[in-house]
Design a protein. Structure first.
Length: 625
């Protein structure tokens, strides 16, 4: 690595630590100040912070690989998460969530189910879910950043004792980065997280623009067109994927056939099914939910969520597309020379391009940007997870009347504990892929049904929520165990078939079992106290099946009107998904010099912006502060 690149990275790390510690004095006023910034942070800073937190290294490396192989339509693979849950949050969920005026997602659950045994059961399982998810993601980042840094940096950081390896080079790098990030995150809480994430966002944008600019001017249209085909550029698809690569690149077509996504129409259909329910379920109790609860008002929560979508996708995909253009022109011959081409080759495209094919200076900024992407996402989880441990377990059940200084001290200890557990789990993780599967299937798979029902059905109660969450988590964990042991089953058996099926196709089973647990738990126990339901519905005003509660409110307040905006919200979500998609494909088409399609994408972006101005923004402006 050149001295200039190294100097840029060192300056970035020092500047981040300085900013994080400098603003940390604001976090000493109490738990609300520590975990929510005292609800005093501007919505646009929170939007930049939220977007920065979603700009992670492992995800970026994965997106580079799938864009390289599958072309423009690869952006739909992100619907597996699904990325457009941010659209549902923007259109109506941010408003519903922020009206609660509480600190965490599990505390919010008490406003829906009450503070009796059923409510506390639902409250506890969300707190446990949030803490386990935070630990799992920290392990995921520990594994990911270690692999990334060892490919990029030349030094062997292995720690030896005699002939025994105490820490591998990957683990040493991961420990250093996590230690530096943890210092300012624990010291300053939400204030430090947001301040440093805004700085990190700016660095990532600069890095993305520089890489995109370099790729645009260093490689010609002719060089790019010689590699990619018309099908690679095509955003539309049929039931099966067409032939993406020309005959001379047949190895890439063979790789697509072996990846398991050939039946693309079925995959997208299932992601739409999962995505709808997962999106209405709302954000998981994590950092994006904390950003919503941190806003000053309900109106600011909506603004922040919309701004997150606007600032995230264009700069991120300029960076991804720039890396892919360089890889297409420079690395394709090297990859074709490999007789055993596999998906693993795609995972290292990002570090290979950075190591050997990016100029001095830009390389340093890009590495600082990707390091910023890691640190911002990591710090967001370190801030979110301990909030549940301190506010929802320690304060609620063990020491409800201590001083603010005491709770801040406990928050510091809880943060160290969560990080330590995540790092410990990271030492024993087999791969990034196994952790990703565990998080997306076992954790998030069990989350959907119960959290979908909590919004839309008045009869759904705390025990229904508890058993629905538990049933979903158990069956999703069984699916993960099957996947990890797929080599141990006899070919042709049911267990063999289930273990070799892609996780997205098993989602209906996970959803169905969780839904059944929710229904049985609800009908085998008493309804939630009517006063709790009236208070919740009057405050949050969700749409759905709330007629008995609505009639009770109407008797006391004849002026009260129910939420009749379901179809408008759904239309806005459909328009929003198109709007979000245009922000992804526009930079891709621009970078591969397909200007007609880039212009069409720009027109779609502008038209959807105009529609949402009237159907969403004007409505948000009318929300009282």
């Amino acid at each position: 690595m050149d001295v200039i690149d190294l100097a840029i990275i060192v300056i970035y790390v020092v500047l981040t630590l300085f900013v994080g510690i400098w603003v940390s004095k604001k976090a000493s006023k109490g738990l609300k100040s520590y975990f929510l910034g005292g609800n005093d942070i501007k919505w646009y800073y929170l939007g930049l912070s939220n977007g920065s937190g979603m700009f992670d290294v492992s995800g970026t490396a994965w997106m580079v690989g799938i864009l390289f192989l599958y072309g423009v339509k690869s952006f739909m693979f992100m619907w597996l998460w699904p990325i457009w849950n941010q659209i549902f949050v923007m259109m109506f969920l941010a408003v519903w969530i922020r009206r609660s005026n509480i600190m965490t997602g599990s505390e919010w659950i008490l406003t829906r189910f009450g503070d009796d045994r059923a409510g506390r059961a639902s409250h506890s399982i969300v707190a446990v879910f949030a803490i386990v998810a935070a630990v799992g993601f920290i392990a995921y980042f520990f594994e990911g950043v270690g692999k990334f840094m060892t490919i990029i940096l030349p030094w062997d950081m292995a720690l030896l004792m005699g002939e025994s390896v105490l820490l591998t080079s990957e683990q040493s790098y991961a420990m250093i980065i996590i230690f530096l990030t943890t210092i300012y995150t624990i010291k300053g809480g939400m204030f430090s997280v947001v301040a440093t994430e805004v700085l990190q966002y700016l660095i990532m944008v600069i890095a993305g623009l520089l890489v995109a600019g370099y790729a645009f001017f260093a490689f010609t249209d002719v060089e790019i067109n010689a590699v990619i085909s018309q099908e690679w550029r095509n955003v539309f698809f049929g039931w099966e994927l067409g032939t993406h690569w020309d005959e001379e690149y047949q190895a890439f077509n063979n790789l697509i056939d072996s990846e398991g996504y050939k039946m693309f129409g079925a995959l997208i259909g299932m992601t739409l099914f999962k995505g709808f329910f997962a999106s209405i379920a709302g954000p998981t109790p994590s950092y994006d939910l904390q950003r919503i609860l941190s806003t000053k008002s309900v109106k600011d929560a909506a603004y922040m969520s919309g701004f997150t979508n606007l600032v995230l996708f264009i700069p991120r995909y300029l960076l991804i597309s720039g890396i892919v253009v360089i890889a297409l022109v420079v690395l394709t011959p090297e990859m074709l020379a490999n007789p055993s081409l596999s998906g693993a080759e795609l995972e290292v495209l990002l570090p290979k391009v950075i190591n050997f094919h990016v100029p001095v200076g830009i390389k340093g900024l890009l590495l600082a940007g990707l390091l910023a992407a890691f640190m911002s996402t990591f710090s967001a989880f370190v801030n979110a997870g301990p909030a549940y441990l301190v506010n929802d377990i320690y304060k609620k059940y063990y020491k409800p009347t201590a001083s603010d200084a005491h709770y801040i001290k406990v928050s510091h200890i809880a943060s160290f504990l969560v990080v330590a557990l995540g790092v410990f789990m990271g030492f024993f993780a087999d791969s990034i892929n196994s952790l990703t599967l565990w998080i997306t299937s076992a954790l998030f798979g069990g989350y959907v049904a119960a959290n979908f029902l909590k919004w839309i059905w008045w009869r759904f109660n705390g025990w229904g929520y508890f058993w629905g969450m538990l049933a979903g988590l158990v069956v999703a964990s069984m699916q993960f165990i099957l996947d990890q042991n797929k080599g141990n089953f006899s070919e042709g058996s049911i267990l063999y078939e289930l273990s070799h099926m892609h996780a997205i196709y098993l989602f209906p089973i996970i959803f169905g079992v969780s839904f059944l647990g929710s229904i049985l738990g609800t009908y085998l126990s008493a309804p939630t106290d009517r006063e709790v339901l009236v208070s919740f519905y009057k405050n949050v005003k969700p749409w759905g099946w709330w007629q008995p509660v609505y009639l009770d409110i109407k008797k006391e307040d004849p002026t009260f009107e129910k939420n009749k905006e379901f179809w408008l919200d759904m239309m806005n979500c459909a328009v929003g998904i198109i709007w979000q998609s245009s922000m992804i494909v526009m930079p891709i088409y621009f970078m591969v010099r397909d200007y007609p399609k880039a212009i069409v994408s720009l027109v779609v972006f502008l038209v959807t912006c105009a529609i949402l101005k009237f159907t969403w923004l004007d409505r948000v402006r009318k929300i009282p502060n």
